[in-house]
Design a protein around this ligand. Sequence first.
Ligand SMILES: Cc1cc2nc3c(=O)[nH]c(=O)nc-3n(C[C@H](O)[C@H](O)[C@H](O)COP(=O)(O)O)c2cc1C
Length: 170
Amino acid sequence: MDLFETITARCSVRAFLGEPLPAGGLDRILEAINRAPSAGDLQAYEVYLVQDAGLKEALVHAAYEQTFIEQAPAVLVFCANPARAKRYGERGASLYCVQDATIAAAYAQLAATALGLATVWVGAFDEAKAVAALRLPEGRRPLVILPVGKPAESPAPTPRRNLDELIHRL
Ligand SMILES: Cc1cc2nc3c(=O)[nH]c(=O)nc-3n(C[C@H](O)[C@H](O)[C@H](O)COP(=O)(O)O)c2cc1C
């Protein structure tokens, strides 16, 4: 699958087979994450890999009972780490670290798709509950919960705006 096919194939999947990820698949996703760009190459984010059933259940509760999270064999939690971006002052602390973490999550989604795996970006969750559930260190801000697994559904593509409406040619 080339990049454009991968982009087209990616969709949010909210039902996962309980099967383990294919050998080496998770490592390839993690390597792809680590190639994401970041402000000043400061890499002001952290990724937590959750495979423990109890921790996944706690993430389900933090995410307002989005139960598909615990179906996935691996759940990646992308966190901003503002301390790593302090060279950039307030902009680093409030923006760059958030952008760094979210770009990395998008890389993970595309890498998983290229491997025939599925993800869904979960942004609706109680940050404090997620911090407590994972016992994250001080200063980490969880932004994205990303279950990764083999898909148990094939959703239809979701609509997009026409390019004429989206792109503003100046
Ligand atoms: C910032 C953000 C937050 C999201 N939060 C959730 C969520 O909490 N639960 C969920 O099921 N999907 C969530 N999604 C997935 C979107 O619903 C989905 O990307 C959108 O409907 C487009 O569908 P597609 O991903 O299949 O193209 C989120 C996506 C983004 C980018």
